[in-house]
Design a protein around this ligand. Structure first.
Ligand code: ATP
Length: 349
């Protein structure tokens, strides 16, 4: 099922929470709403579910406008952060609950409950009660309960945030598998950029009730549409600069650490004030690339799979560099010539 949101706005009385949101979500897509706390992502999810009505705008499921359709008639499966299982029902009863309310025939009900539990690898836990299960197992049951009704749309609201780091990664792989296998259009809310980037077909980044960018994960990370998006999905080293020339798919930018050359499909007007920056992992420790920025190494954070060099450029700007397999690091206080490829420089207005 495809979803179309057209000019949605919502205000609970303390100022707008969602401002003129328009969005198309494709059939079978795994779509993410990503943003910081309070940006309106849960509100948007609740509008989709039918728990709130928009003040303005329309929501279409395929070509049907759904504002008059009650939440329980929208045929949506939901998974929340807190599992929300019935404590007095066992796993089979919890998962079958939605089918009981739909008066599904008993044989069909039992078959579908087992099928859903098998999909989430919980078929051997049918007679356990929620308090006899780990957090990860409870969330698998919640997943089974969401898919057993064969919904047209799955909504996830921070489903992994109560789990520890290892389990989060394990379960997110399973959620991805389940989404691909079932092909149910899915909208997933999170403030965790790594969750969104690793799972999504496309991501909408929200900021203060507006959409800043909608794109696939690589574009969001490598070609962010705003400084907010760039900073929200990872770390950046930024300089203010002025365009000094534009030719052959490249823009030259004059900054306080010298002239930098960035790839840019669009030419830019000379004299324009812009931001130019790069991600910590984009810098090479030898100045082999056209952009060379000398820095002084001030400290190292050892992180196991990589090391984070804390440096300072000659203009005093702090610079973070992420290094993998570097061997013995240079002594603190050394001068390093960083090299950054023009494709790795991000330029933004
Ligand atoms: P979080 O990750 O913290 O849940 P969020 O991006 O999901 O954040 P929302 O829950 O959508 O944010 O809330 C956006 C804003 O709307 C917040 O300022 C919140 O206080 C307000 N809000 C949400 N629901 C209601 C409500 N029912 N009544 C009044 N204000 C609300």
């Amino acid at each position: 099922m495809k979803i179309s949101l057209q000019n949605l706005s919502k205000d609970f009385g303390d100022g707008p929470v969602l401002k003129d949101i328009s969005l198309e979500i494709n059939d079978r897509e795994f779509f993410f709403l990503l943003g910081p706390s309070g940006c309106g992502k849960t509100t948007l999810l609740r509008l989709l579910a039918g728990f709130h009505a928009p003040d303005q705008g329309e929501i279409y499921f395929d070509d049907e406008e759904v504002s008059g359709v009650e939440a329980h008639q929208r045929n949506i499966g939901m998974v929340f952060q807190n599992y929300a299982l019935w404590p007095h029902l066992n796993v089979l009863q919890n998962v079958g609950y939605g089918l009981d309310t739909r008066k599904t025939d008993k044989y069909e009900r039992d078959r579908r409950v087992m099928e859903a539990l098998t999909k989430v690898q919980m078929d051997e836990f049918g007679h356990r009660f929620p308090n006899e299960l780990s957090g990860g197992q409870q969330q698998r049951v919640a997943l089974a309960r969401a898919i057993v009704i064969k919904p047209k749309l799955l909504l996830f609201d921070e489903p992994l945030s109560n789990l520890d780091a290892r389990l989060r990664i394990e379960l997110r792989e399973d959620i991805r598998e389940l989404q691909r296998k079932t092909g149910i259009t899915t909208v997933y809310v999170t403030h965790d950029h790594s969750e969104a980037l690793s799972l999504a077909d496309r991501v909408a980044v929200l900021h203060e009730g507006r959409i800043e960018q909608v794109a696939d994960p690589r574009t969001i990370y490598r070609r962010p549409a705003s400084r907010f998006v760039a900073d929200f999905v990872g770390e950046m080293n930024w300089w203010a600069g002025r365009v000094s020339g534009s030719e052959r798919g490249q823009v030259r930018v004059s900054t306080s650490v010298g002239e930098l050359t960035a790839s840019s499909p669009e030419p830019m007007q000379t004299g324009k004030e812009i931001w130019v920056g790069f991600r910590p992992e984009a810098a090479r420790l030898t100045g082999i690339h056209p952009n060379r920025i000398p820095v002084i190494l001030q400290g190292i954070n050892y992180l196991g799979d990589r090391e984070e060099y804390r440096c300072a450029a000659e203009d005093g700007t702090p610079v973070k560099v992420s290094v993998q397999d570097a061997g013995t690091p240079p002594p603190i206080g050394s001068r390093i010539l960083l090299g950054i490829h023009p494709d790795s420089l991000i330029i933004l207005l």
